[in-house]
Design a protein around this ligand. Sequence first.
Ligand SMILES: [Zn+2]
Length: 85
Amino acid sequence: MDELMLDGNAIAGLLQEVFAVEMTTAIGTCGSCGAAGAVGAVHVYRGAGIVLRCPHCDNVLAKIVKNDSRVWIDFRGTRTLEVAV
Ligand SMILES: [Zn+2]
């Protein structure tokens, strides 16, 4: 594990704020390798924004950039996201 990398649980608060549902237990499917797993288990890198990577193939699943009033979310690397309702 990279010392700069965290897991999806590290951004649970941000995900809750954006999606208004518990996201760490949501199941995401990677758009590259097709692996499915809990968002809490993805690899998270923080820099100018947040990058979520597949723990199986390192594909970029999502990018999230936030300022004081807006959030930009790019989920193009995620095939599906299954959320409990
Ligand atoms: Zn993958």
